[in-house]
Design a binder for this molecule. Sequence first.
Ligand code: GUN
Ligand code: ZN
Length: 430
Amino acid sequence: MKALRGDLLDFTAAPAWGDTASAAVRWRPDHWLLVGDEGRIAAVQPEEPPPGIPREDHRGRLLLPGFIDTHVHSPQLDVVASYGTELLDWLQRYTFPSETAWADPAVAQTGSERFLDALLAHGTTAAAVFPTVHKVSAEALFQAASARGMRVIGGKVLMDRHAPPGLTDDVPGARRDCEDLIHRWHGRGRNAYAVTVRFAPTSTPSQLAMAGELARADPTLYMQTHVAENRDELRWVAELFPQARSYLAVYADAGLLHRRSLLAHGIWLDDADRTALGAVGATLVHCPDSNLFLGSGLFGWRAAEAAGAHVTLASDVGGGTRLCLLRTLADAYRVQALAGERLTAWCALHAVTRGAAVALQLEQEIGALEPGCVADLCAWDWSAGLVDAHRVPLARDLHEKVFAWLQLADERHLAATWVAGVPRYRRSPS
Ligand code: GUN
Ligand code: ZN
């Protein structure tokens, strides 16, 4: 048993859009969180625990559930912040060439370790990850995640056309690799497998059909891909799949649209697409940093939610430039502001904690500071500079304070990260 003291903030339900005084917010200032030896939260209480229990005092800091990044690419730290392109050129010029290096197991291993340590240093304890087309890149991801005890969803990327040599597979080989990876990693520890179609243009119809067969064979598998991110991409998909009603329909027709589907972007969808997503309760993963950086477009959060789809938030590094999901939340606010909508601090924080956990059907395990959940959490400073130290204390209520904090804060505010109760990141003393 160990005890952590701080100001606890999490959610018991989904906050309603625009409600700054939401009853779904659970604010427990100056509480103790007790972690059992098996790494789960044992209790949360205002009383100091009995002597003899080791403790850490984070009084005056926010204790939040570890953030959940529902779409991020492990090899793309190599190309993050690359100048001057939209999606299709960005893939050709920067991303595809750099991903070929991950065929080397040593590159995949050191890269996966660096990537997961970077997530932890940004307050992210769980993620849905795209490695590369190479089987060893998925192996390396699951191995590095297991060594850190992290909850990771991932899978070998499927792509059998329209990519350089060294970055494509074929249907029989890809099926074998997926089946073997599923057998060895899905449900092992905190790893889960996602059938990972990169995007429709880089898979032949027969590869999509194979991916659909895998998905149908085991409904506990996730599926992750990209959809309707960029207008040139949309035109290309229409040329490649003339029989499909829409880009999303390419996936639906292959049997890849279900409750555990995570579809990144979804900027250029129509109402029929949104209805199809809502009908199965799939997840649209909004990546505002990436969408702004690559000039892809502005996501319609409210329309997606109104149709019944889950909406989560993600960094999409390296299309996105920051692993810190606080920066993603700040970008999400700006994207909604351009549509005349207002994203509350509660909706934003919920989307990277409990909301993501619900979308992933993992709410018994992650996303909340609730007895029984795994103790994945972070201690955050309210300020790290002159401006936030001045502004945040001027707030007149909790929403104003948390909103100002999340607009101003970043990874420099992160003091410590625990995974299953084990400290996995601590800011070095300055
Ligand atoms: N579409 C296909 N591949 C990618 C990728 O790596 N990043 C982004 N943002 N979109 C994609
Ligand atoms: Zn992506």
